[in-house]
Design a binder for this molecule. Structure first.
Ligand SMILES: *Cc1c(COP(=O)(O)O)cnc(C)c1O
Length: 660
């Protein structure tokens, strides 16, 4: 776990005396080190300054360029590409080795690192507090306020201001101006003055120890202030988290690791310890465009200013209508009536209610049961739980309260093999036996997800639809995991060319931005339910939340405008080509790939906690295995190189035997 064991020393401009401030701080903090992130030009003076201040000063320059210019230019001259990410990794590595680190930037806080990033991006990413060094001269107020406002805009903690003098005060006027600058800025910014250094010309002279003592004395407060919370920030977060917060399917007393995430962007997850992880999970199928996509954020902001929420009882609005229009234009033909729910599980509850109410309203009230499948998963609320796999699901825990439903064998013909019609025999018998009491069959199309990451043959689904119709049983297709391209089709139903009676969607609907789900049905079912004035008995408080609907519409458009089919087939191709080699290991039971989903199934249960640590610590990837499955479903925007990084991590884990 990392601590707040570093401070960024920033200047309001270039050449404000950061090196002198760092040297003076070092004299107060004998165990600290200085990291000079980027040094351009001649380093002799800086080195000499540090050495005269402190003969054993620990000073490390991470990047040096000969041209005395801004880093973006100096690095370009040597064909080096500096990025905020690579710098932050360099820094994080060094910081974690030391008790305390002073990180010295170059120039001011908006000094460019490359064509698109400046120091502020690095400071914000690292998240350490800042000490702002202000050159007390004409223009100081403006420079200082610009810097403070910028830092505050990026939510960066400013510990205080340190004033340096560019030269000797020449007269009373100078004295007056400098004294006023300091007081004015302290009052205007509400920041403490943590040091006011005298001008000492001879600091860099070898034997000017008296002058250095003066500087050090001026910086005592600053040294105390920046190190006073070498508390363990992550520890504090983790401590509360462990004592008070539930995580999915966890024990409140026995804690496995929950890494502290600070930021997400694109295909990457940034941890508070400075590490960057490549995402292999899309936050459980949802973040198909990667994280914090600017188009989605913009949509979110626009909608937030206009109308974050309004009750859907008695009102309607553009986001709900426009999303509805878009959904019907892409959903399997024949679907027509949409119910917006706030999570996948609720969408499944609503689907089940629709089926029950349909038969109630159409004179078959005895049809109250559901047929579902071994290996299926449909959510965690009671109705949804009652149709999840009865062995691996939660049936044992809630045995006496769950409605008793009927379970059919898992659709066992694999996706890519010849279809075996006999795989439906047992199901057909069940349907015949139970058709008088069965309202609907619920199934995940093509991919059984959380119940085992199993891909079955499309013909199974085509046949299922036929026999459902024959037996007057509704077909509920749960597209919550598969919807929006994951399997290579926009909806997995398309593999079987069917239109279900009821379809549930969720997860990727808002591109992983927020929670929204929907249950979509046919006109026949909707009108059936509504016969003789009946109403569908469901109405969430946050139904059709405008923020979620607007972001969902934007996400769908983003997907449709992208070359998603090509992206997914590229992911599929690489996953197939790379993961297949795992099959040569004795420990591996099966490797399967469909669309942007890759699965390596082991022959024995995985030590998930150990393996996850290995992935994070050795490979900087986010892959969360469960049961006997190591699986990935990356964002569609992932690059080929990044896919290799994920598959390499999996291959190494399997080959090195770390999984057990
Ligand atoms: C995740 C999932 C659900 C439940 O969705 P939540 O939003 O977690 O309630 C239901 N069905 C399937 C197939 C899922 O993958």
């Amino acid at each position: 776990m990392s601590k707040i064991n570093a401070c960024f020393i920033c200047g309001t401009d270039t050449d404000v005396g950061k090196t002198i401030v760092c040297s003076g701080l070092l004299k107060n903090l004998p165990h600290a080190q200085v990291l000079k992130v980027i040094q351009t030009g001649n380093t002799l003076f800086d080195e000499y300054t540090y050495k005269t201040a402190h003969p054993n000063a620990q000073v490390k320059t991470l990047n040096h360029f000969n041209l005395a210019a801004s880093p973006h230019l100096a690095s370009k001259q040597t064909d080096t590409v500096l990025t905020v990410h690579s710098l932050s990794e360099q820094i994080a590595k060094e910081v974690n080795k030391n008790e305390f680190t002073l990180i010295e930037g170059s120039g001011g806080i908006l000094t460019p690192i490359n064509q698109t990033e400046t120091f502020i991006d690095l400071i914000a990413l690292l998240g350490y507090p800042v000490l702002l060094v202000v050159k007390n001269t004409l223009g100081a107020i403006n420079h200082c306020l610009l810097s403070v406002k910028t830092l505050q805009y990026y939510d960066i903690q400013i510990k205080g201001l340190i004033f340096t003098q560019p030269n000797e005060c020449l007269n009373e006027e100078d004295k007056l101006i400098r004294a006023d600058n300091a007081l004015f800025l302290a009052s205007m910014t509400n920041l403490p003055i943590l040091g006011n250094l005298p001008f000492i010309a001879q600091l860099a002279n070898k034997d000017n120890q008296i002058a250095w003592k003066q500087v050090a004395a001026q910086l005592q407060d600053a040294a105390i202030e920046i190190t006073k919370d070498i508390e363990n920030k992550d520890y504090t977060l983790t401590e509360f988290d462990q004592q008070h917060l539930w995580h999915p399917y966890t024990n409140a007393t026995d804690h496995s690791t929950n890494w502290v995430v600070k930021k997400v962007k694109g295909c990457h997850i940034y941890l508070s310890n400075g590490q960057r992880l490549l995402d292999g999970m899309s936050s459980w199928w949802s973040a198909i465009h990667g994280y914090a996509h600017p188009t989605l954020l913009q949509a979110l902001n626009e909608q937030a200013t206009q109308m974050p929420h309004i009750m859907f009882g008695g009102f309607t609005h553009e986001p709900a209508v426009h999303l509805g229009q878009r959904l019907l234009s892409i959903a399997p033909k024949g679907l027509s009536n949409i119910f917006y729910a706030d999570s996948g599980s609720v969408a499944v509850e609503v689907a089940m209610k629709m089926a029950l109410q349909y038969f109630q309203a159409t004179g078959l009230p005895n049809k109250t049961k559901f047929i579902s499948f071994y290996g299926g998963y449909h959510g965690d609320t009671f109705g949804a739980m009652s149709v999840c796999d009865p062995i691996n699901g939660m049936h044992t825990v809630f045995k006496n309260v769950l409605p008793k439903n009927i379970f059919a064998p898992k659709p066992n013909t694999p996706f890519r093999q010849d279809f075996d019609p006999s795989s439906l025999t047992e199901l057909k018998t069940l349907m015949q036996q139970h058709q008088h009491e069965c309202a609907a069959i619920i199934i995940e199309p093509i991919v059984q997800g959380a119940g085992g990451m199993w891909f079955y043959h499309p013909a199974y689904l085509t046949e299922l639809k036929k026999i459902c119709t024959e037996h007057n049983i509704l077909l509920i297709v749960d597209e919550i995991a598969t919807g929006f391209g994951r399997t290579g089709k926009l909806f997995a139903c398309e593999w079987a060319n069917i239109t279900p009676d009821i379809m549930c969607i969720g997860k990727a609907l808002t591109g992983g931005t927020m929670t929204l789900a929907a249950t979509i049905t046919t006109k026949k079912v909707a009108q059936g339910i509504s016969a003789q004035g009946h109403v569908l008995m469901h109405g969430p408080t946050f139904m059709a939340n405008p923020l979620a609907c607007h972001v969902a519409l934007t996400s769908i458009d983003l997907l449709l405008q992208s070359d998603w089919q090509k992206n997914i087939s590229n992911i599929e191709h690489i996953l197939q080509k790379e993961l297949i080699s795992c099959l040569t290991e004795d420990s591996v039971a099966d490797v399967r790939v469909l669309g942007a989903i890759g699965v390596v199934q082991m022959k024995a249960p995985i030590n998930a906690n150990k393996l996850q640590h290995y992935f994070v610590e050795q490979h900087s990837v986010w892959i969360r295995p469960f049961r006997d499955l190591i699986y990935i479903m990356p964002p569609f925007t992932i690059t080929s190189e990044e896919i290799y990084q994920l598959t390499d991590a999996i291959k190494c884990a399997v080959k090195e035997g770390v999984w057990a």
